[in-house]
Write a protein that binds this ligand. Structure first.
Ligand SMILES: [Zn+2]
Length: 267
């Protein structure tokens, strides 16, 4: 009598007679072997066991491996898709991250700029509100200034709106502008300068000239302050004007004319 074996969960089960094999819980995919077969062979492929194969309902048994296959396929698909999608998603996220960062920086800078502008504006309002007219003849300095720059061929249109007043500038921490400040720079239609009265009273004659010419140069010629350095000491646009106590009128004339010459050459 023929002896049959089959494999269940990797184990060789048997031997069985044909009748016994029939009653085993086999599927069409079960590997079987009996003497005469070269190798373990799928049940459904063995002609001799067709009667057993036919007795097994095919649908579920056949469907199962297909399902598994399908599952495997979808499982395979998912990682593939994930692999495909992940970098592009990451790229998208990275791009989005960069855009968000750039927008944040712009907003911060804009906020900072607006805040500074607001603070500057607030300061300006405070200064302008504290300003008052004096007997000091600031127009004398303005007229002299226009004559001086005219000698260097610098002839800007003199604005009708000229405001030079005393105002409280003690809240400024800048070295020069605690003494005086110009708000007419980059506006050719007006001269607007505020002078700190306490500074003005302390300053000697050359220092007053230095101060008012410094502010007029900001306002009319749109020149900036110079850096703090030894080589800039003594120049008109040097910010530490309070240190000019030993300067003479000749020093003032020399330094102001040096600036006008420089402006005239660069024009
Ligand atoms: Zn200045």
């Amino acid at each position: 009598m023929k002896k049959y074996f089959y494999i269940f969960e990797g184990n060789k089960i048997g031997p069985f007679s044909f009748e016994e094999l029939k009653n085993q819980n086999l599927t069409r995919e079960t590997k079987v072997w009996f003497y005469g077969l070269d190798n373990w062979t799928t049940l459904s492929e063995v002609d001799e066991l067709k009667s057993i194969t036919n007795s097994i309902p095919p649908l579920l048994k056949v469907a199962k491996p297909k399902e598994i296959q399908n599952n495997n396929n979808t499982k395979n698909d998912i990682p593939e898709r994930v692999i495909e999608n992940k970098p592009s998603k990451n790229k998208g996220n990275l791009k989005r991250g960069i855009i968000v960062t750039i927008i944040s920086i712009i907003i911060l800078l804009l906020g900072y700029f607006l805040y500074n502008k607001q603070q500057d504006n607030k300061l300006y309002q405070e200064i302008a509100a504290s300003a008052y007219e004096t007997d000091e003849d600031f127009n004398f300095y303005v007229d002299k200034y226009y004559r001086d720059i005219g000698n260097y061929g610098i002839i800007p249109k003199k604005p009708k709106n000229i405001i030079i007043k005393f105002a409280k500038l003690d809240q400024l921490d800048n070295a020069t502008h605690i003494h005086g400040i110009s708000y007419g720079a980059n506006n050719d239609d007006k001269i607007e300068i505020y002078i700190n009265p306490s500074t003005w009273n302390k300053f000697n004659k050359p220092m007053r000239y230095f101060l008012i010419y410094h502010e007029l140069s900001h306002d009319i010629l749109n020149v900036d302050d110079l850096e703090y350095s030894i080589e800039n000491e003594g120049k008109l646009m040097y910010p530490a004007l309070a240190s000019y106590e030993s300067k003479t009128m000749d020093d003032f004339i020399e330094s102001s004319h040096a600036l006008f010459e420089e402006v005239a050459v660069n024009k």
